[in-house]
Design a protein around this ligand. Structure first.
Ligand code: HEC
Length: 144
């Protein structure tokens, strides 16, 4: 997107907000963080991606970890309220211990999809990208 188009897109709602009421303008300038992204309840990974992640987990993680370390209440306490990007970042920069970063970004994203499925979050049409920035727009919420 060009800079000009982006500036117009940002400025236009603010101008419209000013015309309606000063209060609206403030709200338009500072949307709640949550409104900018998705949560893990909204089908943010595909079933195929989670299946692929399970294979990576067996190959690269299970030697040191049991799956149950990353599910249920342990997962919720550690990760609820944080973003998928933070989970991805921790795993991709520190794991596998001894050779962190040795998997491809897409493989780490698949492992994260597997962990989300393990915790009961629904699969959907989209897939997680192996990119911290985009994953940081997805908030991990308590499973339903
Ligand atoms: C060689 C052993 C080893 C392998 C292989 C390994 N881990 Fe770990 N992992 C550890 C140890 C030890 C810890 C706990 C110490 C720590 O947090 O650094 C840990 C901690 C973690 C944590 C908790 C981090 C936190 O901040 O809560 C996560 C999540 C994790 N590992 C995921 C993975 C994933 C996913 C893989 C596969 C890609 C993997 N690990 C592979 C040894 C390993």
């Amino acid at each position: 997107m060009s800079r000009l188009v982006r500036m117009v897109m940002v400025a236009l709602p603010m101008l419209v907000g000013c015309a309606i009421s000063p209060q609206r303008a403030v709200n338009a300038a500072v949307p709640p963080a949550h409104a900018l992204g998705l949560t893990t309840l909204e089908g943010v990974f595909s079933s195929a991606q989670a299946g692929e992640g399970e294979r990576f987990f067996r190959g690269s993680c299970q030697g040191c970890h049991e799956i149950r370390e990353f599910s249920g209440i342990r997962f919720t306490i550690r990760w609820s309220g944080q973003t998928v990007g933070e989970l991805f970042e921790v795993i991709s920069t520190t794991m596998p211990q001894g050779s962190p970063g040795s998997l491809a970004p897409d493989a780490y994203a698949a492992v994260v999809a597997f962990l989300l499925r393990l915790n009961g979050y629904p699969a959907g049409e989209s897939t997680l990208r192996g990119d911290v920035g985009s994953l940081k727009t997805i908030t991990i919420v308590d499973p339903e």
